[in-house]
Design a protein around this ligand. Structure first.
Ligand SMILES: *Cc1c(COP(=O)(O)O)cnc(C)c1O
Length: 415
């Protein structure tokens, strides 16, 4: 038998016991989503299109309430007009940050594309009103040696500097060799922060985290969660958009920043209709489960290949990403090329590194998706820098994941 075949068989056998726990989680989240659909009495008319100002747009307003219900939020904003996760996070920070105050990130450097919003010392001659230029400072403390939130350090910051009025947490790994943060970790940090500062605002970048665990960070004490609809909660069907959800007070501030003070969430139409957003949310728990099974299989396969992976196949997960350390640029490019070639769309295209807007290094991306850049669909990407870590995520079906992983294996083993 070819080497790649025996590896994939062995890996699938080892991974299978973990699939049932993933299935159970998907079931629990499916029940939660369905109950929210029932509770909000979703009907066909909610899928209708709207145009112009969109006053009284029932589909939009009901979708907001549905997301709020599912995520345990007082209020939510779910908008196709928010172009990406970065747009939503930037919107959130601009709405909630205050001059003279400090945002403390307790999970190290935020996702690359936010650095231009945050700004820094180099801003002075620029024209963009970064948070820095508007007078909000950003401090980041690193995760501890175990990759957990350094709660003692956070507490010292909060005790010694009362201009810190916001805590920023990134649940997923981003382009870092670190683990995603489980809900229990986030809860510990929120509890410790609240014990010192009951009214501090806690923002969580929830990208890639939705439906991976049994609840979302609002139940762990966060005030606002933010995420992209072409990742987990769009279920592979949402064509664009992002959401913000949490405490009403903060969501109100954000809605006035999104449109205009006094107008907020009462305008905004969508002529294409809302069905894909509803149906995508309905499918999301299952599709997240499929992609998690794919990630577990990938972890085991590449580990059997002798590569370092994070997380390992038998470790708990709080996001859908699988990191693989290739060590060599050629292997990383082969990996991305094989994932691309195994895609349903643009399979004949060879991904090449390019300077993507908002990223520090050149990035290579395999994204043969039905929705451009959608990464709940199977995708692989990586910044081009040593030690050449590839990030694999998504997969609308486990079968597609397995096919793609098999293709990578064949490419790497010359099978
Ligand atoms: C994807 C992602 C973002 C940014 O979302 P885009 O939709 O790509 O702009 C922010 N934070 C994390 C952790 C992400 O994974």
């Amino acid at each position: 038998m070819e080497r790649y075949r025996s590896i994939i068989q062995q890996a699938e056998q080892d991974a299978r016991p973990f699939f049932s726990a993933i299935g159970e989680m998907a079931y629990q989240n499916q029940v939660k989503v369905l109950e929210s659909f029932r509770h909000n009495r979703i009907e066909l008319r909610h899928f209708s299109q709207s145009n112009g100002y969109g006053y009284g747009d029932l589909g939009r307003d009901t979708l907001d309430r549905l997301f709020a219900d599912v995520f345990g939020a007082e209020k939510a904003l779910v908008r196709p007009q928010i172009a990406s996760g970065t747009h939503a996070l930037s919107l959130c920070l601009y709405a909630l940050a205050r001059p003279g105050k400090i945002i403390l990130s307790i999970t190290g450097q935020p996702y690359d594309t936010l650095l231009d919003t945050i700004g820094g010392e180099g801003d002075e001659n620029g024209e963009v009103m970064t948070l820095h230029r508007l007078g909000t400072r950003f401090i980041q403390q690193e995760l501890d040696a175990q990759g957990q939130i350094d709660i003692a350090l956070m507490s010292r910051y909060l005790q010694t500097d009362d201009t810190i009025n916001m805590i920023y947490i990134q649940r997923s790994r981003g382009y870092e060799w670190r683990d995603s943060l489980r809900l229990a970790q986030i809860k510990k940090a929120c509890d410790a922060a609240r014990a010192l500062r009951p009214h501090i605002c806690i923002v969580v970048d929830n990208c890639y985290g939705e439906f991976v665990e049994e609840a979302e960070p609002l139940s762990a004490g966060a005030d606002i969660i933010v995420g992209s609809l072409i990742k987990n909660p769009g279920g592979g069907l949402a064509p664009t958009g992002a959401y913000l959800a949490g405490r009403e007070k903060y969501v109100n501030m954000i809605q006035y920043r999104l449109t205009a003070p006094g107008i907020g969430a009462e305008v905004g139409s969508w002529p294409a209709g809302y069905r894909p957003f509803y149906q995508g949310l309905f499918l999301a728990p299952h599709v997240v489960g499929e992609s998690l099974k794919g990630a577990v299989l990938a972890a085991r396969v590449f580990e059997l290949m002798g590569l370092a992976v994070l997380p390992r196949y038998d470790m708990p997960r709080a996001d859908i990403i699988q990191s693989i350390r290739f060590g060599k640029k050629e292997s990383l490019l082969q990996f991305c090329a094989a994932v691309q070639a195994a895609s349903p769309v643009d399979s004949h295209v060879v991904p090449e590194p390019w300077a993507m807007p908002g990223y520090q290094h050149e990035v290579v991306m395999a994204a043969g998706a039905f929705v451009q850049g959608a990464s709940l669909e199977l995708s692989a990407d990586a910044p081009i820098k040593p030690p050449y870590i590839g990030y694999l995520q998504g997969g609308l079906t486990y079968e597609h994941c397995r096919y793609a992983i098999e293709s990578v294996l064949r490419a790497l083993t010359g099978g």
